[in-house]
Design a protein around this ligand. Structure first.
Ligand code: FBP
Length: 374
């Protein structure tokens, strides 16, 4: 009960002040009548109660999809529990394996991937699982046809941050199998971003957060370790139309086409109208950088390079879900040439240049990249 009283004592103090310091000598029943609504009003709104209590923001959301979101929350609780003790329980460093992306696999990449697989094997809510860490998806015929959702995810985003206690994340995208007559195949997972029914991320920062959209706005929940619940902390997030920060690995500057270099150069030139120069904010974790931009505005870029025009980031489980979240908050997500959510998906681990953030900033970047501004 401590938590409740802490909350409501603020209101008691308010009542007290209004009562000019005299103790609340009110009949018990009256106090109860006053205090309960106040206390109840402050009761933490958990993820599941939010989804049930806000039907307008969750129209068309089935019980299974609501359960799927809360199971992603469970994955977040399990992984953040390990991360909090990472330096003490031998989960730092690499496994010595190389994954389908050609990257060295970190122990935490593997643990995070295993956690997603275990939770979704068990809960029967998805009939297919595709991950950044797995060349082929896991198809779950035992869950089909009752489970009509398929989950694509980056189990641990920001892998270069694992061993230095820097922010980490996970990204997820949900699509429906679309076939009731047959078990879905790998090809059924390769879909345009506009076909997502839900998307979001887990952020492992100073606190653990779950941020999601089901196509009716974006909401953020903070994990309260005291009650083990995700509590609503950011309802209907709206991204500012323009920001003051940019996030990009400038170490790749010489690899970029000239137009891209000109855009980044322009961010460093004094320009009162647009509030430039911007500050650089690049954490090595896409989720953390996009989260900062979602709340404060700005732009994150992982552009195409002359030798690698498709860039580094993956379309289906990094760019598409974050694009849905940012667009739902009023922002934009682009390849530089077109809207991320309209990109034709052709392969499971397809890469795509990503320019994402405040609408005006992304528009500026597109104008430079397309040579319409110099
Ligand atoms: P992972 O999913 O393998 O971590 O890759 C994505 C990512 O780590 C992003 O989180 C981050 O913004 C970017 O790559 C960092 O890449 P680079 O080290 O090339 O700047």
């Amino acid at each position: 009960m401590g938590r409740l009283w802490q909350t409501s004592s603020a209101d008691c103090r308010l009542l007290h002040r209004r009562n000019k310091g005299r103790s609340l000598s009110l009949p018990a029943s009256f106090k109860t009548v006053i205090l309960i609504p106040i206390i109840m009003g402050q009761f933490p709104l958990t993820l599941s109660s939010f989804i049930t209590q806000k039907p307008a923001a969750h129209q068309g959301v089935t019980g299974e999809l609501a359960a799927l979101l809360s199971q992603i929350g469970l994955v977040g609780k399990l992984i953040s529990q390990d991360l909090r003790r990472a330096g003490l329980i031998d989960i730092l460093g690499t496994t010595g394996e190389i994954n389908v992306q050609g990257e060295t696999v970190k122990k935490l990449d593997e643990i995070a991937n295993e956690t997603f697989l275990k939770v979704f094997h068990q809960n029967g809510l998805a009939c297919a699982l595709a991950s950044e860490e797995m060349e082929k998806p896991v198809l779950l015929p035992e869950n089909w046809p009752q489970a009509k959702y398929m989950l694509l995810f980056d189990p641990l985003d920001g892998s270069s941050n694992t061993d230095c206690n820097m922010p980490l994340g996970a990204i997820f995208s949900v699509v429906t199998s679309g076939h009731s007559d047959r078990m879905p195949t790998t090809d059924d997972l390769i879909r345009k971003g506009t076909e997502q029914v839900a998307a979001g991320y887990l952020l492992y920062g100073s606190s653990t957060m779950l941020v999601y959209t089901v196509g009716r706005g974006v909401h953020g929940f903070t994990l309260d370790p005291g009650i083990g619940e995700y509590v609503l902390s950011h309802e209907q997030i709206r991204i500012p139309t323009r920001g003051k920060v940019y996030g990009v690995n400038e170490g790749n500057y010489h690899k970029w086409p000239g137009e891209m270099q000109k855009y980044i150069d322009s961010l460093k030139v004094k320009d009162t109208a647009t509030g430039r120069p911007y500050s650089v904010r690049y954490s090595g974790c896409l989720v953390a950088d996009v989260h900062r931009i979602l709340l404060g505005g700005g732009i994150y870029l992982y552009p195409g390079e002359i030798e690698k025009p498709e860039g580094k980031l993956r379309l289906l489980y990094e760019a598409n879900p974050l694009a849905m979240v940012v667009e739902q908050a009023g922002g934009k997500a682009s390849t530089g040439a077109m809207r991320i959510l309209d990109v034709e998906a052709k392969q499971l681990h397809q890469r795509v240049p990503l320019i994402i953030g405040s609408a005006e900033d992304v528009r500026d970047a597109e104008e430079f990249i397309q040579g319409r501004r110099v």
